[in-house]
Design a protein around this ligand. Structure first.
Ligand code: FES
Ligand code: FES
Length: 399
């Protein structure tokens, strides 16, 4: 047991909890704050969403002890909150609930949208809400309710809401982060390549060494290109060219194989723009390279570090395989998403789309990044294709 002290709905609470107790269980079982609903308990449905230090968090996958000294707000604790007051009225007006099971989490996420994204349009609101599942309403009323609050706040700004938004802007670090010396990432230690291959995976030779060991999460994927391996290697070691094929990536400074820049990621409720630096380590003889990077998302104060290892294997004269291994770890509020199967599927689709973009650039040498077909870099379409793939998998379609 550990002693846990935190603030819940404005009251100081101190209790003994086991280190494995989740925040959702702690709120419901220990504090009898049963307005927080648990459903999937895997971080997927969003029904358990509460605010921790004013940011939405999935209480089913957050350890209670991780909230030591923090401020937790549940659906029972919004009585003095201007945004929630407006959202509650709008949810009634637009019939944004039926059974109400998803509503506490839906309201917490909606509050975050209203606070963070004053200019959000319908598409943005839908994407932001996509991490909260409702089995009753069809989302129309929920979206309309959130949009109505955003519109109302534009017409009649509210002093409390303006203060909250100003606080959010102020708390976001503006300085470019200063990084500590980079330690090699544990999950990308070289492994016995032949031993790591299983049926249906990429070919044995040249498989990158990402493995599920140590800290972090590892995702592997790859793509075939109808281009000679040497040409692909030249392209893949040109960091500006590679960034141009990676959705959301921008290089701001380059010094040889070191770059500073930003990568924006959007997955359902998770939106982040990690600013940081990366270094390319290359083994030209084997056509294997590792891009080691780390960065900080200023909005959530989450920190990411990761290694992208790619190995280019010649298969035929004009055909090669690019095996890609991404090993990453997240710290901070976004860490709760890092191990979800959906996120890992998302990364695999990103790798596949990245491959299409690389092929496009190689086959169209006069084109630049802005000529890449937009259909390959839409995060929304990417996410929908992941979810559709999961649904098909559940029902055995395509097996
Ligand atoms: S119960 Fe927490 S996300 Fe579903
Ligand atoms: S209102 Fe029933 S699950 Fe959303």
């Amino acid at each position: 047991m550990s002693e846990l002290a935190l603030q819940v709905n404005g009251k100081q609470v101190s209790q003994d909890v086991t280190p494995r107790t989740h925040l959702g269980d702690f709120l419901r079982d220990n504090l009898r704050q049963t307005g927080t609903n648990l459903s999937c308990e895997h971080g997927v449905c969003g029904s358990c969403t509460v605010l921790v230090d004013d940011k939405p968090v999935r209480s089913c996958i957050t350890f209670a002890v991780a909230c030591e000294g923090k401020k937790v707000t549940t659906i029972e604790g919004y009585d003095d909150d201007a945004i929630m007051r407006m959202l509650r009225g709008a949810f009634n007006e637009y019939h944004a609930l039926q059974c109400g099971f998803c509503t506490p989490g839906m309201l917490a996420t909606s509050r975050d949208i209203v606070l963070r994204l004053p200019d959000a349009d319908q598409e943005r609101v839908r994407i932001e809400l996509s991490g909260n599942i409702c089995r009753c309403t069809g989302y129309q009323g929920i979206t309309a309710a959130v949009l109505s609050v955003l519109a109302r706040l534009k017409e009649q700004p509210d002093e409390q809401v303006e203060q909250l938004r100003a606080g959010l802007r102020q708390n976001a670090p503006r300085e470019f982060p200063v990084f500590q010396a980079f330690e090699p990432f544990a999950a990308t230690k070289p492994v016995n390549v032949a031993a790591s291959v299983t049926a249906g995976q990429a070919p044995a030779t040249g498989k990158p060494g990402g493995v599920k060991e140590g800290k972090g999460t590892s995702v592997e994927g790859g793509f075939d290109l109808k281009v000679p391996a040497g040409q692909v290697w030249t392209f893949m070691t040109d960091l500006k060219a590679v960034a141009g094929c990676l959705p959301g990536a921008v290089i701001q400074e380059q010094d040889g194989d070191r770059v500073k820049g930003q990568i924006a990621i959007k997955f359902g409720p998770m939106a982040a723009a990690f600013k940081g630096n990366a270094t390319l380590e290359r083994r030209d003889a084997d056509r294997v390279a590792t891009l080691r990077g780390e960065g900080v998302d200023s909005l959530s104060n989450s920190r990411a570090r990761g290694d992208v290892t790619y190995a280019i294997v010649q298969k035929e004269e004009h055909l090669c395989r690019v095996n890609v291994s991404l090993a990453y770890s997240l710290q901070g509020p976004l860490a709760q998403f890092s191990r979800s199967g959906l996120v890992q599927d998302f990364v695999k689709r990103m790798i596949a789309d990245f491959g299409k973009n690389v092929e496009f650039r190689l086959l169209n040498p006069d084109a630049d990044a802005s000529d890449i077909p937009q259909s390959h870099i839409s995060p929304f379409k990417l996410m929908m294709s992941v979810i559709w793939g999961r649904i098909k998998g559940l029902f055995g379609v395509g097996r």
